[in-house]
Design a protein around this ligand. Structure first.
Ligand code: SF4
Ligand code: SF4
Length: 401
């Protein structure tokens, strides 16, 4: 496509705009209305020196070099709110913000904590810096034994892509075990990759490390080819997003579902197994990469409503207008940096919303969230009664597993 730029769009601005035009719908950036919706809805827009709308303005006036001299873009948690509400359908999250982060990475203007997560991913295949050999340790002692495909080489119906935090994070292991038990109770023939699984790489991509994302994609793609399975399920919405929307453009394409979609598809089989009553009010937090980015709002709610005794309450930000937990787009590895700038965390805002909705439990379906929200609960006096539960933990409890 021939790109016509105004005389003002020279040098860095020109190169940068050209790269945005290559992103799906990237050319729409020409039609920015400067309405400010993106900057207004951005959870950290108030603190960014260059929130997205102003960044477009900087491109138009050829002062983009000033944008990358600031560290404004590292406040972006890739939550997709700006993209969702932009009246000109500009791919702000995937285009403008992610490309800006790539420029920052190239310029070496990158917070140390993020740098270390990226180095860990390159070295160990996960951002936590854990040994790949320990990736299936969470499954030790579980009965029936979890099928690690590299050991058994058995064909399965479902390849469960467990993911980084669900495999390693001490808070998440109980939820991961719960999901394994649920799959067993439903009679699903599933297997995991264990030590052969690498990070899905999606959050690293959105944090500006496209090369690292492609490396993870190729490694996972090579492993997928070794085994026979019909479909993939993921614990992590970021992995779901990568496998569904990003891996196919690199030639790796399989049917994929988030585990909440997969279970909701079997809800009639599940309902008779949900025997225990959990008398409680639950607020469900829509993860950005399940809800806003991929339109999965009802399935997790349907699963929660199927638990006897559960009353679902809604928080003020919900569904397409959900509030990010702060972990996406590298936010998981920018807590210190963002705290210094904002002196607040998005997870704390969210916990306050759950309290305002009179919830007893904040239910989540993304492995970034339990540790983030539990930390937030500890800092908010009025939230001391609030429990944070992964959806699989709640289902397993109701199934008495
Ligand atoms: S919401 Fe869209 S049209 Fe409005 S300022 Fe932002 S990028 Fe431009
Ligand atoms: S993706 Fe979210 S955090 Fe990033 S600029 Fe858009 S609204 Fe702000």
């Amino acid at each position: 496509m021939e790109i016509t730029l105004s005389p003002l769009e020279s040098s860095l601005s020109k190169t940068f705009l050209t790269s945005i035009y290559q992103v799906n719908d990237g050319g729409n950036i020409r039609t920015c209305l400067q309405c400010g919706t993106c900057s207004g809805i951005c959870p950290f827009g108030y603190i960014m020196q260059y929130p997205p709308g102003k960044m477009v303005g900087a491109l138009r006036t050829d002062i983009f070099d000033q944008v990358i001299k600031t560290d404004s873009v590292w406040m972006c948690v890739s939550c997709y709110a700006c993209t969702e509400f932009c009246p000109s359908d500009i791919p702000i999250t995937a285009g403008l913000m992610t490309r800006a982060k790539e420029e920052m990475v190239l310029a070496g203007n990158i917070p140390t904590e993020l740098q270390s997560a990226l180095e860990n991913t390159q070295r160990y295949g996960n951002p936590l810096g854990e040994s790949p050999r320990k990736r299936a340790d969470w499954a030790m002692g579980l009965q029936p034994e979890v099928n690690i495909l590299g050991k058994t080489r058995q064909p399965v119906d479902v390849l469960w892509f467990v993911g980084d935090y669900a495999s390693y994070h001490p808070r998440m292991v109980s939820a991961t075990k719960a999901l394994a038990k649920i799959l067993d109770a439903l009679g699903i023939k599933f297997g995991i990759l264990g030590p052969e699984e690498n990070s899905d790489g999606d959050s690293q991509r959105l944090a500006g490390e496209r090369g690292l994302f492609e490396m993870m994609t190729q490694k996972n793609g090579q492993v997928f080819k070794k085994y026979q399975f019909t479909e993939i399920i993921t614990t992590d919405p970021h992995a779901f997003n990568a496998l569904k929307n990003e891996y196919p453009s690199l030639g790796i394409s399989y049917p994929v579902k988030h585990y909440t979609q997969f279970l909701a598809g079997r809800i009639e089989q599940l309902k008779p197994l949900l025997k225990k009553t959990i008398q409680t009010k639950i607020a469900y937090h829509d993860p950005c990469y399940l809800g806003r980015a991929n339109g999965i709002f009802d399935e997790p709610r349907d699963l929660l409503k199927a638990i006897p005794g559960v009353e679902l309450v809604e928080m003020s930000h919900q569904r397409t207008n959900s509030l990010c937990c702060g972990g996406g787009g590298g936010g998981m590895w920018l807590d210190g940096f963002q705290w210094e700038k904002a002196h607040t965390r998005l997870s704390e805002w969210r916990v306050r919303e759950a309290v305002a909705a009179n919830a007893d439990i904040l239910a989540v379906a993304c492995p970034y969230e339990p540790p983030r929200f539990e930390d937030a609960v500890k800092t908010i006096q009025t939230a001391s009664h609030l429990k944070v539960r992964e959806l699989a933990e709640l289902l397993a409890e109701a199934m008495d597993l």
